[in-house]
Structure formats: structure tokens, C-alpha cells
Design a protein around this ligand. Structure first.
Ligand SMILES: C[S@@+](CC[C@H](N)C(=O)[O-])C[C@H]1O[C@@H](n2cnc3c(N)ncnc32)[C@H](O)[C@@H]1O
Length: 464
């Protein structure tokens, strides 16, 4: 076991990790870009542009397989040599059409659209492999189409820096708390934004407080949690931070009841756009957004951004899962392609949801079976489709940026068994890239740390 590195050593900012804009102090400028850049458009740092290249090669390989299958299929049904020429023409047409579809994916959020007929039935994809995004990856629309400035290259550099830091974590077993993917996501976002103050709601044993501290060694933290992390010290490892104001134990106050103007004044914060809020308290995220907006905060991270049909609170992912959004919306028809694919995937991934689980009474698929959950599922209210639709429109009206953290690596590398890749964006280290996975030091981590991915999301919000 490696010994913990001193904070200053572990957390020194890496100049190469900074964007040139960082000379400007605004977190807004650090984060935003009006360019619609695909996070996968950049090259792979480790392999000198290899990520794109390997992705293209992979797609070409898939396309070749698809085209060959199509050709065989057409030849089979034709059953005669005279049909051979039209088969080749049709196959070439398919090759170029699909080629365009694959290569243009990067222009629409970071998701792929759900198109079960074209991607599964005809070409015999039975939905049993990883196939990231095959069941759709809905993503919230922002007001002006802005996205984050960081790229896949920055994420790879971040991983390189974070893995040795993570190995020094004081809480090795953080069951019920964050695993590797979200620890990296939180560290990366805080490290990139460089806020003047970090607020977390939901500390548990203090692992996320520790992650924030690694990202920003000298920045004050405010932590809200019903039970003080020091209580866990009696039973085992926990983390209590020296530069953190705890509203915990008998001093606990819920985020929505804090007198934020007073607290900000006490911390000398004049510009609320320099504050980063991290929510891991399993509360209705719509409620948290309204509270944060009312207090004037702009930068939010939600740890558990549960997919439709799962989780113990209403999440952004659920809110934005709408039929009018690409990759969103569902049908409860039991004999649909979606239903068939989902039931197969359920056998492979623990957290995959089949159509029976997805749909509640009256074919209500939104939220969790037509319900809005809150407070660790202690509250479970019916939600009408009209209200669900309204919630999404509201979120769109105040949203400047929505960015879902991709999984760090594909399941053939991490051996994760829980989340269904068909509902997730393409991972930072794609399946098949074991060399990169190993070089980043990810192969040395216990595989259990990769089992907690739930689409952590970074938001930027402002009044409409
Ligand atoms: C999943 S754990 C947090 C894990 C932690 N962030 C980590 O990385 O290990 C959720 C925490 O939220 C706390 N919690 C429950 N209700 C809360 C509330 N209203 N405000 C803040 N925290 C709350 C729970 O007590 C628990 O410690």
C-alpha cells in the first residue's frame, strides 16, 4: 500500500492541464465554449491522436462487418448470381450511409440516438455486447447550446494525474459512497474550475470531502450532512477536513434552509459564480436546482444522476428523458424492439431495466414508473406526464451547460457488471484499449471501485 502523499505534492496544479483561458479568473470562461465540440474529437494523448484513429478504425471494422452481413443477407434472399450486382450496389450505399451516421454522432450532444431497427434487428446485433448508447442517451438541452471547454484529451491527462492521488485515499472501502469514476469526475471538475469555495451536501464518511481537498488544497469547503463524518472514525477510516465548515450532527441544516447570503458574507464570497456546489444527498434534483438558483449559485455537480426507472430521487437524467429529445422517450409496448433488447440486457447488467420495471400503471415510464422520488425514496409521489414535460421545459430555460461524465473505461477493462452501457455515453478509455488502461494505472485498482457509475453531471444554471 502506498503511503499518502503530502497535500501540496498530491495537488500541485499541472500547467499542461490548464486551458490557455485560465489566465482570466472567471469560472464561467474556464468552463464554457460556444463551440459544439465532441468530447471525442480530440486525439488520444497517450497514443498521439490514437483515440480518434482507433475509434475510426473500430467503426470501419464494424461497418465492414455490417456491410458484409448485409451483402450476405441480400445474396441469401436473392438466391441467384444475377442479383449479385444490385447487392453490391446496395451494400456500398449502406456502407456510405452508415459511415456518415457513425462519423456524425459527435454533433449531437454526446449521445447516440435510439434506433433499434437499424442497429439491431436487421444486422443481427442482439444487444448483448457493450454497444454504448444503443438504447439512447438523453441529454438536457441548454439555452444557447453551450458545452464545456474540456476535451477527451484533457480527461485523459486528468486520469493520468488522478490515479496516483486516488491510490492514497484514506477510505479504501467506500461502499454506499463514491467509487472511482465519480471521484475522478468530481476531482476533475473542481481542479479545472478552481473555485473560491466548495460546498458539498451529503458527506457520509468524508470521501468526497477528501476528493475536493485533493483538487483544491487551499480552498475552503462547507459540508452539510446529517451525521458528522467524525462519527465514522470510531468504526474505521473516515476523513475530517481541517479547512471545512461542517453543518453536521447537531449543527446540520438542509441546503434549502441555509441563510446563504449570510454564509457567503462570512466566507468573504462576493462572486457566487466562483462557488462550486456538489450534491450527493439523494434529494430531488429539481428541488435542489430551484434552491441553488434562488441562492444565486451557478455551478452544480450531481453525483447520482439516475437513469429513468432507477434510483431513489428524481434526477436530471430522468427529467430530460423526453420524447422530443434525441435518445429520450420510451414506449411501454411489450412486443417492441426496445422491450426485447432491454430484457436481454437485464441478464447481463445488474442495473439494466426491462420494460416491466420501466413502466408503471397506465404505461407511465417517466421518473420511476411515473413517480417522482425524493429523500432516499422516503417520498414517492405520482408524477403526471404533463408535469414531467413541464419540468424538462423549466430546466431547459435555466440551463447553460449540461455535461455528463462518461464512464472512465469500457466494461471489458473495468469488469464492471452494474450499469448498462447501452444507456451510457462512450467511455474515456474505450473497450479494447488495454494498453492505455494499464498505462494510466487503472489496471492496478480493485475492480469493485468501477461499479458505482450513475452518470454524474455538471450543470451551469442561470435565471432565464
Ligand atoms: C451517498 S452518501 C454520500 C457519499 C459521499 N459523498 C461519498 O463520497 O462517500 C449520502 C449522504 O447524504 C446524507 N444526507 C441525507 N439527507 C441529507 C440532506 N438533506 N442534506 C445533506 N446530506 C444528506 C446522508 O446522511 C449520507 O451521508
Amino acid at each position: 500500500m502506498s503511503s499518502p502523499r503530502p497535500a501540496s505534492q498530491a495537488q500541485s496544479p499541472t500547467p499542461t492541464h490548464r486551458h490557455p483561458n485560465l489566465s482570466a479568473p472567471s469560472m464561467l470562461e474556464r468552463t464554457l465554449s460556444s463551440r459544439r465540440v465532441s468530447p471525442y474529437a480530440e486525439g488520444d494523448a497517450e497514443a498521439g491522436g490514437g483515440a480518434d484513429e482507433s475509434k475510426t478504425k473500430k467503426h470501419q471494422h464494424i461497418l465492414f462487418r455490417l456491410t458484409t452481413r448485409a451483402s450476405n443477407y441480400l445474396a441469401r434472399i436473392a438466391g441467384s448470381g444475377s442479383f449479385y450486382l444490385p447487392c453490391i450496389v446496395v451494400s456500398l450505399f449502406l456502407f456510405f450511409s452508415l459511415s456518415f451516421l457513425f462519423t456524425s454522432r459527435g454533433f449531437v450532444c454526446i449521445s447516440s440516438s435510439y434506433s433499434p431497427v437499424s442497429r439491431t434487428s436487421f444486422f443481427d446485433f442482439d444487444g448483448l455486447d457493450s454497444d454504448f448508447g444503443a438504447l439512447g442517451v438523453p441529454c438536457c438541452r441548454s439555452k444557447h447550446g453551450k458545452t464545456v471547454e474540456w476535451t477527451s484529451k484533457d480527461l485523459l491527462k486528468g486520469l493520468e494525474e488522478f490515479v496516483p492521488v486516488y491510490e492514497t485515499r484514506p477510505i479504501k472501502n467506500n461502499m454506499y459512497g463514491m467509487g472511482f469514476d465519480h471521484s475522478f469526475g468530481l476531482w476533475f471538475i473542481a481542479h479545472w474550475l478552481k473555485p473560491d469555495l466548495m460546498i458539498e451536501s451529503g458527506a457520509f464518511k468524508g470521501h468526497s470531502t477528501w476528493v475536493l481537498r485533493q483538487a483544491m488544497p487551499d480552498t475552503p469547503i462547507i459540508s452539510l450532512s446529517p451525521r458528522h463524518p467524525e462519527k465514522y472514525l470510531k468504526k474505521g477510516p473516515a476523513y475530517v477536513d481541517g479547512n471545512c465548515t461542517y453543518y453536521a450532527g447537531k449543527d446540520f441544516v438542509d441546503f434549502g434552509s441555509v441563510d446563504w447570503p449570510k454564509v457567503m458574507k462570512n466566507h468573504g464570497i462576493l462572486d457566487l459564480s466562483r462557488v462550486l456546489i456538489f450534491f450527493d444527498d439523494h434529494q430531488n434534483e429539481l428541488k435542489r436546482i430551484e434552491q441553488a438558483l434562488k441562492a444565486g449559485f451557478h455551478h452544480l455537480v450531481f453525483e447520482d444522476n439516475y437513469d429513468t426507472g432507477t434510483g431513489d430521487h428524481y434526477s436530471l437524467r430522468q427529467i430530460c428523458d423526453q420524447s422530443y429529445i434525441r435518445g429520450g422517450g420510451h414506449s411501454c409496448f411489450e412486443d417492441s424492439d426496445e422491450a426485447r433488447i432491454r430484457s436481454k440486457r437485464k441478464k447481463l447488467w445488474e442495473k439494466a431495466v426491462d420494460i416491466e420495471e420501466l413502466c408503471g400503471p397506465g404505461e407511465a415510464w417517466w421518473g420511476v414508473r411515473g413517480h417522482m422520488r425524493d429523500n432516499f425514496n422516503h417520498s414517492n409521489k405520482p408524477l403526471s406526464y404533463a408535469q414531467h414535460f413541464q419540468n424538462s421545459r423549466y430546466v431547459e430555460s435555466i440551463l447553460d451547460v449540461y455535461w455528463e461524465l462518461p464512464p472512465v473505461a469500457g466494461p471489458s477493462l473495468t469488469h464492471q457488471t452494474r450499469y448498462d452501457p447501452a444507456r451510457a455515453p462512450t467511455p474515456i478509455v474505450e473497450d479494447g484499449r488495454y494498453g492505455l488502461f494499464q498505462r494510466l494505472g487503472l489496471a492496478n485498482l480493485d475492480k469493485s471501485v468501477f461499479n458505482g457509475y450513475t452518470q454524474m453531471v455538471y450543470l451551469q444554471i442561470s435565471e432565464h
